[in-house]
Design a protein around this ligand. Structure first.
Ligand code: 1SD
Ligand code: ZN
Length: 264
């Protein structure tokens, strides 16, 4: 059986390279520290095409997988799912699921850092290259995944766009729980107002088995989240009656990779 992993202790990130030598010991790992002054500045006219990002789905399911809270559409027909292209991605990628990483306190929680700053949480919208047909198949290809990373800036005011998800968290308190969300919303509700400036680099899944198959997009502009909303994430229980919090991997070495800061 595959070894189990976690965010602290024996199964923690310091030991992932040993526990999962394929591929957590690789040289193109994620997350990384993103820095505007060190990035290659690029402007491009390849506008985002966010297909069905404005579609309200019939049904959404939310799952506590012991490591995070994950939301997916219930329809599995690839042709009916949202997809993204443009944005210098070089192909079309179909939406699979989104999930969050968050901290026990709001000065930590994001996986990437922006100009030295860690945010209270980070949202990942995971997409697989449409031609590969599924997430499982896509993970076997270098260009298999495109993940959109969105920073969540902790503050005092609730973000109403997150309300349907926050309400869903109360229904999945324990690892393995899965429920339908009560309120539907389009994916575009989770994007920052400006999606035209972002960091782009080639990296990996941030969880074992850390496959180096991800074209990362991390938007420069964050969205907001309140302390009360963060507390609902921190109430979730993972394995061993342990609260899920600080479920972020520390930043990894860049190892000579190019990071672009792209403006469309
Ligand atoms: O942590 C997620 C993991 O749950 C899974 O969704 C994987 C894709 O199969 O992606 C990673 S991450 O790199 O998006 N954090
Ligand atoms: Zn993630």
């Amino acid at each position: 059986a595959a070894p189990s992993w976690s965010y602290e202790g024996e199964g923690g990130p310091e030991n992932w390279a040993t526990l999962f030598p394929n591929y957590c010991a690789g040289s193109s790992q994620s997350p990384i520290a993103l820095n505007g002054l060190e990035a290659t500045i690029k402007s491009s006219s390849d506008a985002w095409v966010l297909d069905k990002y404005d579609t309200v789905p019939d049904d959404l399911k939310i799952e506590n997988n012991g490591h995070s809270a994950k939301v997916a559409w219930t329809i599995t027909d690839v042709a009916e799912l949202p997809s993204i292209s443009g944005g210098e991605l070089g192909g079309q990628y179909t939406f699979a699921q989104f999930h969050f990483h968050w901290g026990s306190v709001s000065t930590q929680g994001s996986e990437h850092t922006l100009n030295g700053v860690a945010y209270a949480a980070e949202l990942h919208l995971v997409h697989f290259k449409t031609e590969y047909g599924s997430l499982t198949e896509a993970v076997a290809h270098d260009d298999g995944l495109a993940v959109l990373g969105i920073m969540l800036l902790g503050g005092l005011v609730d973000n109403p766009s997150l309300t349907p998800i926050i309400e869903g968290l109360a229904t999945i308190p324990n690892s393995g729980d899965e429920e339908h969300l009560a309120t539907m919303f389009p994916l575009q509700d989770l994007l920052p107002p400006d999606t035209n400036t972002f960091y782009r680099y080639s990296g990996s899944l941030t969880t074992p088995t850390c496959n180096e198959v991800v074209t990362w997009t991390v938007f420069r502009e964050p969205i907001s989240i309140s302390e009360n909303q963060l507390e609902e994430f921190r109430k979730l229980l993972g394995d061993h009656d342990h609260h899920i919090e600080d479920n972020y991997r520390p930043v990894q070495p860049i190892n000579g990779r190019t990071v672009e800061k792209i403006t469309l």
